[in-house]
Ligand binder design. Structure first.
Ligand code: ADE
Length: 234
């Protein structure tokens, strides 16, 4: 998968070199290219923002550098990518969105700062490919960088070959609507806290039953919104 990121803070993305995604990049499964939006400005001050029409607080990102940056990426790749603009005003990003996007061949993340990006950038991007405004959740970050990083990790780890053991993806939280069961490792007793007996029993059927019950109970307690309405009473 090719991933382009447009940002005024390219160094935010240095951490993509490390860990699992760094390995995926090394193995050629993930081709991430980070672009500095200021390289697409045409004035001496490398200006990327301006005051909002209609007044109001804050600054808005100017459309011209965005147009040039997106044009350059599309000309280089020669395709119709999916553009993702992180925004608290976007549709909610979820595990199923991550799964859907992990099948794309080319994603372009546009990281907004300030009060946002001139709306015409989204309209223009829609002439070059698909456009998705995506929110990580109902809170406000300072810009799209951290949100893009989270989405790149959530999407990247679903690309076949990136996570060594694909079975570890199956029983995760959010894959089937239930939260993950609790995990334990040795020692069986630690600071007076014991591993549940059933996990030491060697009885696979009972272990599976217990884990399922734990998933349902946790989901009821912590995330009743994930359960069907008639099932959410504790
Ligand atoms: N940018 C600022 N806040 C955000 C959020 N909650 N999700 C995605 N992008 C954002």
């Amino acid at each position: 998968m090719r991933v382009d990121v447009v940002t005024i803070f390219p160094s935010f993305f240095d951490v993509l070199e490390v860990s699992l995604l760094g390995k995926a990049r090394g193995a050629g499964l993930l081709d991430v290219r980070v672009h500095d939006l200021r390289d697409y400005t045409t004035d001496r001050h490398r200006t990327v923002d301006d005051t909002p029409y209609g007044g109001g607080a804050g600054m808005v990102m100017k459309p011209e550098p965005w147009g040039l940056a997106l044009d350059a990426i599309v000309a280089d790749a020669g395709d119709r990518p999916t553009f993702i603009f992180p925004s608290p005003a976007g549709e909610r990003f979820s595990q199923s969105t991550a799964r859907e996007l992990s099948e794309a061949s080319h994603l372009v993340f546009g990281c907004g700062r300030y009060e946002g990006i001139d709306e015409r950038v989204f309209t223009y991007a829609a002439t070059l490919g698909d456009v998705r405004l995506m929110s990580l959740g109902d809170y406000v970050l300072n810009g799209g960088e951290v949100a893009s990083m989270a989405m790149i990790e959530a999407i990247g780890r679903l690309i076949p070959g990136v996570v060594g053991n694909p079975e570890s993806l199956v029983e995760e939280s959010h894959e089937d609507g239930l939260l993950e069961y609790p995990s334990y490792t040795k020692p069986a007793s630690w600071r007076g806290h014991d591993v549940p007996d059933v996990l030491l029993s060697g009885h696979h059927g009972r272990v599976a039953e217990w884990r399922h019950a734990q998933r349902v109970e946790r989901t009821r307690e912590r995330r009743p919104d994930l359960l069907p309405a008639d099932d959410s009473e504790a």
